[in-house]
Design a binder for this molecule. Structure first.
Ligand code: ADE
Ligand code: ZN
Length: 322
């Protein structure tokens, strides 16, 4: 069946990672930056393993230089998401790509993105919030100014704090200072874990950083005691199935643990991560879940209700999401 009209909630979407290749290519031309190597010549990004992806992602971000670039990008992405039936989205936003962690520069970028979010809500009926995100491979010291940017701009739009990038560099606990600052500012907490790392990485992310959501978290499946712990704590998993397939975090659809995690009683949600990099969209994710795991409308609605409950927004907004 076609799921395009089903109201959807997406909790895990990287703003830069959602940039259409044509958008990045046109900025590259405009600014005479040579990043041809990241394009496949057929309108897409070159695919590769996770190391390649992080490098190519970084290269794409070099063309995103001005607040206006981010305003246009966010508006274009939200228009596309609304066409997919998404009614509420949370973006991972990186001050490292928006002024290098400088607070006053970050405010300028943020103003531009809030303008896009407001315009998209008026024009396309899609609500959005921002999760200020540090990059794990830049290390815990670099996360501190990012956490300050998050804490200083926490409010109606910036409602969460996150950690992305190379999971196998550093331990979750190394980022405790940044997460403490974000928690004190009242932000919701999430972090990528258990995409590449094992169950220990997921446990430490919950127990040492206090995250109530986990980006991916799929490798928790092999540790049943951890699964029970996540259920007891009410932790929500932001699962991005096609991303896991394309980057090779799982070897094929049948070995993807999303259904086992759901059936065990974990709070499982569905997102796209970086859709053009993986040739996916929210409706494509749903079609694959129907095809490989028999997820039908009620199961998909249930994952959206869970996503709405776990959203980092105020209660009034939450009540209106679905
Ligand atoms: N940044 C963008 N996509 C990511 C992913 N799948 N894992 C870690 N960091 C990311
Ligand atoms: Zn991600």
């Amino acid at each position: 069946m076609s799921y395009s009209s089903l109201p959807k909630v997406e909790l895990h979407l990287h703003l830069e990672g959602a940039a259409p290749p044509a958008f990045i290519a046109s900025l590259a031309r405009e600014k005479s930056i040579d990043i041809d190597r990241i394009f496949d010549g057929q309108g897409g990004y070159v695919r590769g393993d996770f190391d390649w992806f992080l490098k190519a992602y970084d290269a794409a971000c070099t063309v995103l230089q001005r607040p206006e670039d981010f305003r246009r990008l966010m508006l274009a992405v939200l228009e596309q998401s609304a066409e997919q039936g998404v009614v509420y989205t949370e973006f991972f936003l990186s001050p490292d790509f928006c002024g290098g962690g400088d607070l006053s520069a970050w405010r300028d970028y943020l103003d531009a993105m809030v303008a896009a979010s407001d315009e998209a809500e008026r024009s396309f009926g899609i609500a959005s919030r921002g999760i200020v995100t540090c990059l794990r491979h830049l290390g815990p010291e670099a996360a501190k100014p990012v956490a300050r940017c998050a804490a200083e701009t926490a409010g109606r739009f910036v409602t969460g704090f996150g950690l992305a990038g190379a999971e196998m560099m550093h331990r979750p606990g190394d980022f405790a200072w940044a997460y403490d600052a974000a928690r004190e500012a009242g932000l919701g907490l999430t972090a990528h874990a258990g995409e590449w790392g094992g169950p220990d990485m997921v446990r430490e992310t919950v127990d040492h950083l206090g995250c109530t959501r986990i980006g991916h978290g799929i490798n928790a499946v092999s540790d049943h005691a951890l699964c029970d712990h996540l259920i007891e704590k009410g932790v929500t998993l932001e699962v991005c199935p096609v991303s896991n397939l394309v980057l090779g975090a799982v070897k094929d659809w049948k070995s993807h643990p999303i259904e086992e995690l759901r059936a065990r009683g974990l709070r499982v949600t569905v997102s796209t991560d970086d859709p053009p990099w993986f040739g996916t969209s929210m409706t494509h994710e749903y079609e694959m879940l129907e095809r490989y795991f028999g997820w039908e409308e009620e199961r998909l609605r249930q994952s959206n209700r869970i996503a709405a409950e776990a959203a980092f927004c105020d209660e009034d907004t939450r009540a209106q999401i679905l």
